[in-house]
Write a protein that binds this ligand. Structure first.
Ligand code: AKB
Length: 319
C-alpha cells in the first residue's frame, strides 16, 4: 500500500487534508504527525506520531522508516504570530522544510507537498490578478520564509530531482477546523460568531479585500496537484491559486442575507498592515493550464455552507 504522511496534521489545513486523504485512500494508508495531538477524533483514526518537524534526526527517522509515497508538510507559523516571534517563525518554517527536502533527496519520499502563500507578494507587487511570475515582495517573516521555501523547492527539484509541489494559498475558510495566527483568520471567525448569534469585531478594515478560498476547493486542488503527472508540473516554485476576493464588509453582507440582525464592527489592529501589503486577487492561469485547476465555491454558496454546518454544531452543543 502506498503510504502518505501529513506533518502538521493538527492545523487548520492539516485536519481537513487528513480527512480527505482518509476518505480517498483509507485510514490505514495515512499516517499523521504533529507536535500537538489533533483535536479531531476522525483524524486520530490514522496512526499518530508525535513529531517536532524542526528535529532533523526525528524527521529523517520517520521518513526513512516510513518510505512514504507522499508527504504533505504543513507545519508552519503563520503571518500574524510570525511577526511576534520572527526568529522562531523562520526556524520552524525553514528548518522543517529542509528536513523534508533532504529526506526526499535521499529517496525516502516520492512526492512532497509544501504550502506557500499569497504572503510572498507585497507592496511593490501588483494588487489585482497578480501574475504567477509577478514581483515577490514579502514584508512579513512568514512571507519571507515562504518565498525562500519556494526557491528551495525548485532548487531540490532541479539539482536532485525531488518531486516537490506547492500552492500559494489565499485565506482558507472551512468549518471543520480552526485557523490560528493568520491575517485571514477573520473570515472563519466571522461565521462562528454569526452562527452563535453573537456580533463580531473584525481586526481588518471593512473594505480590505483579500484573496480567499473555500476549504473544500483548497483540499481538492491540493490533491489534484499531487495526483498530476510530474511532467505536467511546470511551476516548481509554487502555483498561484485563485477562487474569490472579498472584504469583511462583503462577508458581513452575505451573512446578513441569512441572519439580518448580524452585526459587525471593525477595529483594525496590527494585522491590517499585513493585509494591506497583500494582493486583492491572483491570476491562476498556470494552475488551470498545467493541471486543470478550477474553483467551484464562491461567496454566496460558501456562506450558506458555513452557516448551515456551524449552526448545526452550535445547536448540537446547546441541546
Ligand atoms: C495567513 O493569514 O497568514 C495565512 C495565509 C494567507 O497564508 N492564512
Amino acid at each position: 500500500m502506498a503510504k502518505i504522511l501529513v506533518i502538521g496534521a493538527a492545523g487548520q489545513l492539516g485536519i481537513e487534508l487528513v480527512l480527505a486523504l482518509q476518505a480517498k485512500h483509507g485510514v490505514e494508508a495515512v499516517d499523521v504527525s504533529d507536535i500537538r495531538v489533533p483535536s479531531n477524533e476522525r483524524v486520530m483514526r490514522s496512526r499518530f506520531m508525535h513529531l517536532d518537524a524542526t528535529d532533523e534526526g526525528a524527521v529523517h527517522k520517520v521518513l526513512e522508516e516510513g518510505r512514504y509515497h507522499a508527504v504533505y508538510h504543513l507545519a508552519a507559523m503563520l503571518s500574524a504570530t510570525g511577526e511576534k516571534k520572527p526568529i522562531a517563525a523562520w526556524d520552524l518554517n525553514m528548518q522543517s522544510l529542509l528536513n523534508v527536502l533532504e529526506a526526499a533527496k535521499e529517496g525516502w519520499v516520492d512526492r512532497v507537498f509544501w504550502p506557500s502563500s499569497i504572503a510572498v507578494f507585497g507592496p511593490e507587487s501588483p494588487k489585482k490578478s497578480v501574475a504567477q511570475e509577478a514581483l515577490l515582495d514579502p514584508t512579513t517573516v512568514y512571507g519571507i520564509s515562504k518565498q525562500a521555501g519556494e526557491y528551495w523547492c525548485r532548487y531540490y527539484h532541479e539539482k536532485y530531482g525531488v518531486d516537490a509541489r506547492s500552492i500559494r494559498y489565499p485565506g482558507l475558510v472551512g468549518h471543520r477546523s480552526a485557523p490560528g495566527g493568520g491575517t485571514t483568520d477573520y473570515a472563519v471567525e466571522i461565521y462562528h460568531a454569526a452562527a452563535e448569534g453573537m456580533p463580531y469585531t473584525c481586526f481588518l478594515r471593512a473594505d480590505q479585500a483579500l484573496p480567499m478560498m473555500y476549504m473544500d476547493d483548497a483540499v481538492r486542488g491540493t490533491l489534484e496537484l499531487m495526483e498530476a503527472p510530474s511532467e505536467a508540473i511546470q511551476v516548481r516554485t509554487s502555483y498561484n491559486l485563485g477562487a474569490m476576493s472579498f472584504t469583511p464588509g462583503e462577508v458581513a453582507n452575505s451573512i446578513q442575507q441569512h441572519l439580518p440582525n448580524f452585526q459587525v464592527h471593525c477595529e483594525p489592529d496590527h494585522r491590517q498592515i499585513i493585509a494591506e501589503s497583500w494582493p486583492e486577487s491572483v491570476d491562476d492561469g498556470a494552475a488551470r493550464a498545467d493541471w486543470g485547476w478550477e474553483p467551484k465555491v464562491l461567496l454566496p454558496e460558501m456562506t450558506t455552507i458555513m452557516l448551515d454546518a456551524l449552526g448545526k454544531k452550535t445547536h448540537a452543543a446547546v441541546h
